[in-house]
Every structure is written in C-alpha cells, then in structure tokens.
Design a protein around this ligand. Sequence first.
Ligand SMILES: Cc1cc2nc3c(=O)[nH]c(=O)nc-3n(C[C@H](O)[C@H](O)[C@H](O)COP(=O)(O)OP(=O)(O)OC[C@H]3O[C@@H](n4cnc5c(N)ncnc54)[C@H](O)[C@@H]3O)c2cc1C
Length: 503
Amino acid sequence: MAEFRVLPHSVAAQDFAAALGAFEKIVGVGWVIADEARLAPYRKAMLPVDIAAHAPSAVVMPNSVEQIQQLLKIANAHRIPFWPISTGRNFGYGSALPATRGQVVLDLKRLDRIVAVDPEMCTALVEPGVTYQQLYDYLAERNLPLWIDPPGPGPLVSLVGNTLERGGGNTPYGDHFEFACGMEVVLADGQVLRTGMGALPGSNSWQCFKFGFGPYLDGMFTQSNFGIVTKLGVWLMPRPAGHRTLLVQYDDEADLAKAVDTIRPLRMGGVIANTGVVGNAAIALTGVGPRSQFYQGQGAIPKEVVLTAARKFGIAAWNMTFSLYGTEEQIAPNLKIVTEAFERTGARVNPDAYNAAQVGVPSLTTLSILDWVGGGGLAWFSPVSPTRGADAVKQQQLAAAIHVDHGFDYMPGITLNARDMQHVMAILYDRNVEEQTRRADSCMKTLIRQFARHGYGVYRTGQGYMDEAAKQSGPVAAQVNRAIKRALDPNGILAPGKSGITI
Ligand SMILES: Cc1cc2nc3c(=O)[nH]c(=O)nc-3n(C[C@H](O)[C@H](O)[C@H](O)COP(=O)(O)OP(=O)(O)OC[C@H]3O[C@@H](n4cnc5c(N)ncnc54)[C@H](O)[C@@H]3O)c2cc1C
C-alpha cells in the first residue's frame, strides 16, 4: 500500500489510498498528486508559519464542474477535506497552503476558460484558472477597448482567487469584489448555485445586475468555506480617452495626515476616481535595490539612513500616486484642482508619473520588495481604518514601533479609498533563518492584537492568523458562520479553518 507522509485528519491510509484512486478515475492519470516531489510546490509559503501544520496530503486537479461534483461525492463519503485554490499564488497571505494539515488541495487552474466577454456591456465571465495577464492578452488580441484591474502580481494570479479574498488593484475598478457581478458556485453536496440573475434560466443580465431577487448571497462565498466558485462575472472598465498619473511627495514624515486628509474629499467627490496609494521611503527604495545596498547593521534600518538614501533617488518621506482619467478637457480642470490642493499643504506634485497598475497593465515590478531582505519571507498585515489623517498617523506610529521592537523595517503601502484606508504593510524577512521566521510570526501576532485594541481590524489575513482575526469579530459572528457552515457543508469537507470557520 502507498505510504503517505501527511494524511487528512481521522482518515486511515487505506481509505485515503482508495479515495485517491477514485479521484484519479474522475480527473485522469497525472491530475492527482500524492508524491512528495510534486507536492513540494504546494508546501511552500512566504508567511512565517510552521509549514508542517498546514501541509496538504495531496492535490487534485479537475477540469470541469461535473468532475468537481463527482469528487465531492467521494470526499463526503470519506470525510476528506478539499482546500480550493484558483492559481494558489496568495503570496504573503498563505500561498496555496490549507488552513489545517492534511487537506487535499483542489487546484482549479485547469478551469481556465474566459467564458464570455461582452464588449458592449463591458463584462466578462471567467473560470478560476484565468489570470489577469490572460484576460489582458485576450482583450489586446481582439483590440477591445477595455481595461482589466491587475493586482501587484497580476501576470501570475487569478481574478477569481483575488476577488474571493476581496483583494484590490489601482484603477477606478480597484475594489475587485465591488466590480464583480454574479457567481457560479458548487456547493458541498454537489449542487450548482448561480447567484444574482444567473439563477433565472435564460437570464441575460447575470453579469449586469449584481443583486438578483431575495438575499444577496455573493458575499457569503468570499473569504469563506461555503462553496467552490467555478465562474465569476467581472466588470471591465471602458478604456478612457486618456490618463495622467500624479506623484505627490512630502519630505516630512509627520505629513502623512496632510496627504490623507487632502485626498479624502477629492476621492469622495469623484475628482480622483481611482484607488491611490501612499508608501513611505523604505518601501519606495525597494524599487532601487536591496536593503544591503543602504544598510548592513543590525535591527530595523534607521529612519535617517532611509531618508538620506531615498533623497538621492528622488524619493521622499511619503510618496503618493493616483491618476486622472478622461479627455484632455476633462483632465485639465481636475489636474488644477488636485495640484493646488496638495501644493497648499506643502507637497511637491509631479503630473507626469507612471504606475502600470493604475492604467490597467499587469506588471511584476512590485515583486522587487522580495529582494529587499531576500530569502522569500513576506507576511502582509492589512488593517483598515477610516480615511482620516489622524488614524493614518496613529497606525503608522503603532506599526513602526512594533516593527522596530521586532527588528524589522516598517514598509507600508496605504490603499486610499474614499471612506476606508487599508494600511497594508509587508513584514519582510529571511525564511531560511529560523530565528527570523519566529520573530516575523511574533511581529504579525503582536500587530493583529495591538491594532485590535485600538479598534483596527484586518481586511484579510493568511493561514495561521485567521483564528486570531476571526476571534476579534466576537461570538455572534462565529455562531452565524458556523450555522451556515453546518447547513451547507454538514460533513465539513470544504476548507475547514478558512477564516476561522469549522463545523
Ligand atoms: C509583491 C506582492 C504584491 C501583491 N499585491 C497585491 C495587490 O495589489 N492586491 C491584492 O489583492 N493582492 C496582492 N498580493 C497578494 C496575492 O498575491 C494576490 O492577492 C493574489 O491574487 C492571490 O492569489 P491567487 O489569485 O492565486 O488566489 P488563490 O491563492 O488561488 O486563492 C486565494 C484563496 O481564496 C480561496 N479560493 C480561491 N479560489 C477559490 C474558489 N474557486 N472557490 C472557493 N475558494 C477559493 C482559497 O481560500 C484560497 O486560498 C500581492 C503579493 C505580493 C507578493
């Protein structure tokens, strides 16, 4: 009998072997992975968690909804948990690792069809394996005047995985769940649910009207373990007549509040339509070179060292970018309004900057942050607050102190929406050094707890930190989630532990 290093919880080796044999009959030879060498890529993460606690037992790769339905029958019979992934590149939030040890990764990257694009309604319907690059190329090849909204690692990652995590990009369509419309979901018992207008046979508005009739269910399938999403509708931005990206810089670290309080009314009033981002000098320096180029000492890189190095490359204490879109005639008055607003607060404004993500172009430039320290360690901490200068400064001071205490550099890229800000920061460390990994884990846990004490929750977190984040929402939310889980997945076979939810 085959030997398994990792088994699903409470499943005997012989039952697991039988289940894998049955899985293989459904998906075909080569699409079930149980040997250690081929499992290795699925047992990697940038997060500072103990991989053994999250090691998958196997991987199954179906290529149709029907195959998923058949797999679920066997999984229910043997109580084998499936951890669905789309492209599995949830970098810095857990990559492809399941929330608990022994789950079978249900890798959906073979479902990679762009099912439909409607150039008139500016919508698309995609399967889980479709990457932002794939959709970008599809539109470019057909010369369709539509933009996608790529996240940082856009060329490599999926619209479905990103949207289900409620991730984001930087065009005016930057809040991906807000610009999603309609899902197809396979439930744990194999039934297929189409949300919104998709439930109506022959519906022609599945990708046009989000809400359908009755309760709006789509949100339930994001950051959850209530179903396997096999199709997602997304809205595409009509390519604007023109665009202009601005770089706004403040030399004084204390000026973060000015940046935030100035952009808020401009975002809220629609003068600035896209999700701007403001980063400090350290994160901007990652685009210039590795940390060792600027500092070889112990502990967090001193502020003065960062600011002195940054100045040589035209980088300020805070660097904010956002864009204006439209015709020359539309952009000109808005450019005047925003330039004057920021200059009044002492900022420098460069109206000729470039940011690929803000103009719908997938790019891998943000991955340079991984070279800052080297060694592949990255944990994102992503607390939310109102878009208010005082909150930004409070979070900055809290976060910087916790980073320095743990010997790490504070590297924020703050996402600026009209009413909420996501103060996303990267804990960068060398994953090959155990002591650094432990320190990064402690830094992450301290950040989550300390921020919660000040009323700041996270918008998203990764494997190993979900229970802690879920606890912060209190017992009633936990009870409601558990009731839904029990109703939809009584055997608890879908992604147990996702967002802290089990049966
Ligand atoms: C340098 C850098 C920059 C980044 N920038 C951004 C950014 O700008 N914006 C951003 O949002 N993220 C960013 N990320 C984080 C991450 O890489 C992306 O969010 C990425 O899109 C997630 O990976 P994925 O698309 O492969 O999703 P997956 O890993 O496939 O999915 C993520 C999770 O969603 C659930 N899931 C996935 N598919 C399904 C399904 N079909 N049914 C049910 N559940 C499912 C699973 O729990 C899974 O673990 C960045 C990472 C790095 C390293």
